[in-house]
Every structure is written in structure tokens, then in C-alpha cells.
Design a protein around this ligand. Structure first.
Ligand SMILES: Cc1cc2nc3c(=O)[nH]c(=O)nc-3n(C[C@H](O)[C@H](O)[C@H](O)COP(=O)(O)OP(=O)(O)OC[C@H]3O[C@@H](n4cnc5c(N)ncnc54)[C@H](O)[C@@H]3O)c2cc1C
Ligand SMILES: NC(=O)C1=CN([C@@H]2O[C@H](COP(=O)(O)OP(=O)(O)OC[C@H]3O[C@@H](n4cnc5c(N)ncnc54)[C@H](OP(=O)(O)O)[C@@H]3O)[C@@H](O)[C@H]2O)C=CC1
Ligand SMILES: O=C(O)C(=O)Cc1c[nH]c2ccccc12
Length: 400
């Protein structure tokens, strides 16, 4: 089987859905391929129960569909899932699930992308041919668990944050959370709330802000330079939380928004974890040196027994496993080679949406720019054809 389309989009997360919608509204034929059985699978299957969007809803809406004005400012996970399902339905997205893309190659002779996908319903390999290819498989495509000396010998339960739902099964257990990004800090809070004896590893410096500080910062950024916004937000954080050094938390020298834009690392948006750290409900440890049975030894020589470890150690992109473009658009980590704002476009009609480390806000911008660019290129190509005597119906109307 070989299926042809003008644009092939890989991945039906927010990036794929947003790009498909923007193309649909321009009347450009496109198909979205998704490896799972549904759209927005990371939100439906790999997110913990108490998750809410950290940014105010105005920064999280996808193109052409605002959140209801009477709804909460910080949208809960399930409302966001309903929003994404409605989005896919409302904009008539042409979605093919159960398709794991295994290779994508540009064919110079036909000026098109040849994409092979495994159909997991019947085991067959399908071929798709398109003029344009949009990579929307996400920065968080696969769980990352670091190699730690002795991890194989750990005698308790281990899981990645993407498989954590809530702390129900951990009450009264000694649990170690590895990683102090937004997942780790919130999961530690949740575990402590469920009665687990909770510890967290914070091995590097990290910014801690409230969601209101981030909201203020995002709004100030519309008018003021990043250094000034960082100065204000960092001052507010210091006033609110005091000196966190005493609790094992150092503040980076670069400001939170500059750091986000340069490295993609988000500040931790505190949901109450800091309060629990201050009152010793949650203990802070430095990096792990080694694990032996139930014992974990930290780099400062301290040892402690744990019954479970939650790895909130982040994710990796998997593009380089299947995209055969000789590493032109993506680096070895599966992230764009070009710096923002030029990250979203490669050569030969390839694009990426959702790889600017700027969350839903950034991926919506990518989607709009990609659709606009494809629209312009197609108009140009149609114009060329008209000049060469091959008119399309669109050009008949435009020329009339
Ligand atoms: C826990 C968590 C909370 C977050 N909260 C926020 C927030 O509040 N605000 C914010 O702005 N950002 C947030 N983000 C960051 C980001 O906005 C989300 O990760 C968002 O889902 C990214 O959308 P995406 O479509 O780029 O990637 P994903 O949602 O990961 O979607 C990619 C899709 O591609 C599919 N796929 C991957 N490989 C293949 C393949 N080979 N073949 C076919 N399909 C494939 C996957 O199954 C998946 O459905 C959060 C991230 C996480 C992990
Ligand atoms: N409600 C929301 O909006 C939420 C948003 N998110 C977003 O999702 C994305 C992914 O977040 P998250 O899952 O937290 O992943 P991140 O990549 O942001 O964080 C990973 C963490 O793991 C730590 N880590 C990695 N390896 C080790 C190791 N060997 N030992 C100790 N620590 C280690 C890192 O620390 P180090 O710096 O020392 O390497 C870092 O603190 C982010 O953009 C985040 O902001 C996540 C949860 C909720
Ligand atoms: O939740 C995330 O990690 C995001 O990427 C959302 C986001 C985009 N810009 C920001 C600036 C500060 C904090 C979070 C974000």
C-alpha cells in the first residue's frame, strides 16, 4: 500500500494537532501518523493524576481555539485532554493511529518524502509519500533513566515519572525521587501528601518560582527585556522563599527566563514542595554514588534505605532513530541544529514542530509558521506551473 498526501505529520501530540489544524484551515491536504491508539497520548497515558498546566491558559491554547473564558486559569490535566480531543474533532484532523514511523527518506528524483510506518494492528509495513514532512514526535518521546552504579541490584520498586499516577501504593514507604525538574518536585510533593517518607535528589542549582511569578514574568516579557524580567522575578522568589541554600537548593547565576530560552531548562514551578522541604516532610540529598540492595549511597557519603525509587530524570527525543536525513535538521540528541527562531525549517520540505523547548506556547508558533510557509511555497509552485501553462483551479480563480 502506498498513500500520497501533500503533507505528512509524524506525531499526534499538541504539535501535530496544531500543525494539522493550521494546514486544514489553509485547505492543504495532510495526514497525521501516530504510534499510539489515540491523539495526545502523553497527556492521556504518561501524566500523573494531580497535573495541571503550569502556565496560565492564555499561554497554553493551540492556534484557533481559545480556552473557555469562564474556566480555570491553570487548566487541569483532564480538561486539557478534553480540549485536545475536541480540537482534533473540531478541526477534522485526518489521524491514522497505530502507525509507528520507522524511516523517512527524501527522494530527490520525485522531490518527495518516503515514509515507512509499521501498522501495529495488522503488522504490515505501509509506505506514505508526501511533498512535505513535519516532525512532531516531541522532545519527550522516550523516558530517560541514567546509568547508576548498582542500580540493577536495587531490591525495591523502580519506575519512571511517566508511569507514576499517585502515591496511593507508597504510603508509609521510604521513597527516593531522582530529579528535581517539574515532574520530580511535584511527584515528591504528591508522595509526601500520600504519607510516603519522601526524599529527593537535587544535585544542581535550580530556580524555584510560584506559578504567579511565572505568569507575571511571561506578561512582562511582552514589554521588557529578559534581563529585567529575570531580575524582578528572581527578587520576588528570594523575598517569597528566603535563602534556600540552607535546604540544599542553590540558585543558578543565569536568570530563569534567560536560562529557559538558552538551555530549555524550565524553572521549577513550586506546587508546595518547598514548604514540605522546609518542614522536613521531604528530605533533600545530593547525587547518587551507588546502590546496593535497598541501600543508596550519596556522593556526600550518606547512606539510606529505600523501598522505591521514582526516576523523574526527564526524556529524550527519538527522531534520529528513524529520520534518514544525514543529521541535517537534528543534532545527535534529536534536537534542532539551528538556533531559535530558525529551528523549525530544514531543506527539501522538512519541518519540525514542538522542538523549541518553549512548551505549548512555542509549539503553537511553530505550527502557524510551518503552515504559512507551506502555503506560500505551494502558491509559488502553483504560480510557476501556471506560467508554464499548467493551471490549477485555485489559480484560475485567482487569475480571474
Ligand atoms: C508532565 C509534563 C507536563 C507538561 N506541562 C506543560 C505545561 O503546563 N505547559 C506547557 O507549555 N508545556 C508543558 N509541557 C511540555 C510540552 O508542552 C508537552 O510535552 C507537549 O505535550 C508537547 O507536545 P508535542 O506534540 O510536541 O509532543 P508529545 O505530546 O510528546 O507528542 C508527540 C507524539 O508523537 C508520537 N510519536 C513519537 N514517535 C513516533 C513515531 N516514531 N511514529 C509515530 N508517532 C510517534 C507520540 O506517541 C506522541 O503522541 C509538559 C510536559 C510534560 C512531560
Ligand atoms: N505541570 C507542568 O506544567 C509540568 C511541566 N513539566 C515539563 O515537562 C518537561 C519535562 O520535565 P521533567 O520530567 O521534570 O524532566 P526534566 O528534564 O525537566 O528534569 C530532569 C531532572 O532529572 C535530573 N537528573 C537527570 N539525571 C540525573 C541523575 N543521574 N541524578 C540526579 N538527577 C538527575 C536533572 O537534574 P540535573 O539538572 O542535575 O541534570 C533534572 O532535575 C519540562 O519541560 C517540564 O517543565 C513537567 C511536569 C509538570
Ligand atoms: O512546562 C514547561 O516546561 C514549558 O516548557 C512551558 C514554558 C514555556 N516557557 C516557560 C517559561 C518558564 C516556565 C515554563 C515555561
Amino acid at each position: 500500500m502506498e498513500q500520497k498526501t501533500k503533507v505528512l505529520i509524524i506525531g499526534a501530540g499538541p504539535s501535530g494537532l496544531a500543525t494539522s489544524t493550521c494546514l486544514n484551515l489553509q485547505g492543504i491536504d495532510n495526514i497525521v501518523l501516530e504510534r499510539e491508539d489515540c491523539c495526545a497520548s502523553s497527556w492521556k497515558k504518561r501524566a500523573y493524576d494531580r497535573l495541571k498546566l503550569h502556565l496560565a491558559k492564555e499561554f497554553c491554547q493551540l492556534p484557533h481555539l481559545p480556552f473557555p473564558s469562564d474556566g480555570p486559569t491553570f487548566v487541569p490535566k483532564n480538561d486539557f485532554i478534553d480540549y485536545l480531543d475536541y480540537y482534533a474533532f473540531n478541526f477534522c484532523i485526518s489521524l491514522l493511529c497505530y502507525r509507528i514511523v520507522q524511516s523517512a527518506t527524501f527522494d530527490v528524483s520525485s522531490n518527495s518524502w518516503l515514509v515507512e510506518a509499521k501498522n501495529t494492528l495488522n503488522g504490515s509495513t505501509e509506505t506514505y509519500v508526501s511533498r512535505f514532512l513535519v516532525v512532531a514526535t516531541g522532545e519527550n518521546s522516550v523516558e530517560f533513566i541514567p546509568q547508576i552504579c548498582g542500580l540493577d541490584s536495587f531490591a525495591g520498586v523502580t519506575l519512571h515519572s511517566s508511569n507514576y499516577k499517585n502515591g496511593q501504593n507508597f504510603s508509609d514507604k521510604n521513597v527516593l525521587v531522582v530529579g528535581c525538574g517539574n515532574s520530580g518536585m511535584e511527584i515528591a510533593y504528591d508522595l509526601a501528601d500520600w504519607g510516603a517518607q519522601t526524599s529527593i535528589i537535587i544535585r544542581n542549582s535550580v530556580h524555584i518560582l510560584t506559578k504567579e511569578m511565572v505568569q507575571l514574568g511571561m506578561n512582562l516579557l511582552k514589554m521588557f527585556p529578559v534581563w529585567l524580567v529575570d531580575y524582578i522575578v528572581a527578587k520576588l522568589s528570594k523575598m517569597w522563599y528566603g535563602d534556600l541554600n540552607n535546604y540544599g537548593i542553590q540558585t543558578p547565576s543565569k536568570g530563569p527566563f534567560l536560562m529557559k530560552s538558552l538551555t530549555g531548562r524550565s524553572p521549577v514551578i513550586d506546587v508546595g514542595t518547598i514548604h514540605k522541604i522546609k518542614n522536613e516532610e521531604i528530605k533533600v540529598f545530593p547525587g547518587i554514588k551507588q546502590i546496593d540492595g535497598h541501600n543508596v549511597e550519596f556522593v556526600n557519603g550518606t547512606r539510606k534505605k529505600f523501598e522505591a525509587i521514582v526516576f523523574a530524570t526527564g526524556y529524550r527525543s527519538t527522531v534520529r532513530r528513524w529520520l534518514k536525513d544525514e543529521g541535517r535538521l537534528f543534532n545527535e540528541f534529536g534536537m534542532p541544529k539551528k538556533k531559535k527562531p530558525d529551528h523549525w525549517k530544514g531543506e527539501d520540505g522538512i519541518y519540525c514542530a514542538g522542538f523549541s523547548s518553549s512548551g505549548l506556547f512555542g509549539l503553537s508558533k511553530d505550527a502557524m509558521m510551518i503552515a504559512e510557509d507551506i502555503h506560500t511555497l505551494l502558491n509559488f509552485e502553483n504560480g510557476e506551473e501556471t506560467r508554464n501553462g499548467v493551471s490549477t483551479s485555485k489559480n484560475y480563480q485567482e487569475n480571474a
